[in-house]
Design a protein around this ligand. Structure first.
Ligand code: ATP
Ligand code: MG
Length: 246
């Protein structure tokens, strides 16, 4: 069994009188692909912002590898809900940005940037600017920027929410390939059950506010998964039943 990567204990977060996360506890194993699903406004983004220290928490704790989370020390990458490329930087510069911030030397930046560009098949577009790219290409830039830093924990907040279904599956397959190659621990937020079943090793279902974890569902379906397979349909029905009360 893999060791614990992230341990969330009794995490509570409120905004003034609004109790959002109500003493949430769970563990993520090293190398695990965890999906968090929950209704809109339940605090999914708030959770990732708490984990990455963008927000301070009211009580409880979050540790990574047994130590209190510290973005200076832990190698986190965070892919936000909104597209987050820099319009004034081209593809290559966008991808190398994260490496520059983290203070890598020039040779490493070059090598990692090239590696990441080819991982997401954007070689031909390295000199293009974001306004010259399609939505899926932009998403690839964001993914490449995250993987270029070789994060040991990747946080993703509904990264494919705005894409059409075909592109979504394509990008999800690419993500799974990168995950399998790099063994990165991933926490992936979505409110799409099918997406969660397609991607994850385990699904945590969140409640409405004040938010707790309703249930954890192990997802052992063999990969590559087929949405039409009986196992997939059964699991989707099981999760759908669980969230009827959303
Ligand atoms: N900075 C803030 N100040 C006050 N309230 C906030 C703040 N950020 C979020 N909230 C509230 O906290 C709750 C959780 O918001 P959050 O954005 O985390 O939800 P979410 O689960 O990510 O929703 P969605 O699925 O729509 O992305 C919401 O009720 C929201 O209005
Ligand atoms: Mg959100």
């Amino acid at each position: 069994m893999n060791k614990d990567k992230v341990v969330v204990s009794n995490l509570t977060k409120r905004f003034k009188d609004l109790l959002v996360l109500d003493s949430i506890s769970f563990t993520v194993k090293e190398g695990e692909f965890l999906c968090l699903v929950g209704p809109t406004g339940c605090g999914k983004t708030t959770f990732l912002n708490s984990l990455s220290k963008i927000l301070t928490i009211d009580s409880g704790s979050i540790t990574i590898d047994g130590e209190a989370v510290d973005p200076q020390k832990h190698n986190l990458a965070y892919i936000l809900q909104e597209y987050s490329t820099f319009p004034w930087l081209n593809v290559e510069q966008n991808i190398s940005y994260g490496l520059k911030i983290k203070g890598f030397d020039k040779a490493t930046i070059k090598e990692r940037t090239n590696e990441a560009i080819s991982m997401v098949n954007l070689e031909k577009y390295r000199n293009y600017y974001p306004n010259e790219l399609s939505a899926s290409m932009l998403q690839r830039v964001v993914i490449a920027r995250a993987f270029a830093t070789k994060p040991d924990l990747l946080l993703m907040d509904e990264p494919y929410g705005q894409l059409d279904l075909n592109l979504k599956y394509k990008l999800e397959d690419e993500l799974l390939k990168l995950w399998e190659q790099t063994k990165t621990t991933i926490i992936f937020i979505t409110h799409n059950i099918e997406e969660a079943i397609y991607l994850s090793d385990r699904i945590l279902v969140m409640t409405n506010k004040p938010t707790t974890i309703k249930t954890a569902i192990k997802n052992d379906l063999a990969r590559p998964r087929k949405v039409s397979s009986q196992g997939f349909v059964d699991l989707r029905n099981e999760v759908t039943d669980l969230i009827k009360w959303w």
